[in-house]
Design a protein around this ligand. Structure first.
Ligand code: HEC
Length: 206
């Protein structure tokens, strides 16, 4: 019986994999660069495009900001994107040509370039608490042959300070480390030093 479950598990995982491998023209998540990988694992052979994330780098807590992810150059017939954010309390809202998939935004279908440029508009709803978050965007510039070759992707990030931001920039990998607390422990002496320095400065001034 347990054996059967295990086989079912393997089947579920491999069918998931094949969905992501063969249906990415309708969007694929986990490829924004946030998790260390992006579209170029599969999309090869084309010229590398340039990508940029544009929008406000500061937001009030709870405010909504309008952002644009732009792909320029490369094969430049059609393209797609994957947008992610490293704060679970932030929300991404899809604009034209995009759709939400899990917590991320992806292209709903390959989008046609306008000249040498393809723009994806979306909005970011900031968390209600102060934090410094990071937006991740990966974009594929494709030749519209419905295959993964002759295309190429690039990725970029944009830091957004919500309210006063967070004093310690949280490393997403350290955050996942459950036994951890190492990032907090590591930063404590730094804060201590900064405070001591401030105290010294005050004393000198008076
Ligand atoms: C696991 C491999 C794989 C990854 C990773 C992948 N793709 Fe694809 N993609 C494919 C395959 C295979 C096709 C062709 C079949 C199809 O249309 O789905 C394709 C097709 C496309 C097309 C149409 C290409 C054309 O020339 O017509 C676009 C656009 C696209 N993907 C965007 C993306 C974006 C954006 C990413 C990253 C966020 C991405 N893909 C990541 C495998 C992948």
């Amino acid at each position: 019986m347990r054996h059967l479950f295990r086989i079912a598990g393997v089947f579920a995982v491999s069918s998931l994999w094949s969905t992501s491998a063969f249906a990415t023209s309708t969007g694929i998540t986990g490829q924004s660069g946030k998790d260390g990988v992006m579209c170029s694992t599969c999309h090869k052979g084309g010229e590398v495009p340039t990508v940029v994330l544009e929008g406000p780098t500061t937001l009030e807590p709870g405010a909504t900001g309008q952002y644009t992810f732009i792909i320029r150059g490369g094969a430049a017939k059609t393209g797609g994107a994957d947008i992610a954010v490293d704060s679970a309390d932030a929300k991404l809202q899809a604009g034209t040509g995009m759709k939400p998939l899990g917590a991320e935004l992806v292209h709903s279908a390959p989008q046609a370039f306008t000249g040498t440029e393809l723009r994806f508009n979306f909005s970011l709803v900031a968390p209600s608490t102060d934090v410094t978050l990071k937006l991740f965007g990966a974009g594929n510039s494709s030749n519209a042959d419905q295959k993964s070759d002759g295309d190429r992707a690039a990725a970029t990030t944009l830091s957004v300070t919500v309210g006063k931001g967070s004093p310690v920039v949280v490393d997403p990998i350290a955050e996942e480390d459950e036994g951890g607390g190492c990032s907090a422990a590591g930063s404590a002496p730094v804060w201590g030093l900064a405070l001591a320095g401030l105290a010294l400065l005050r004393r000198r001034r008076s």
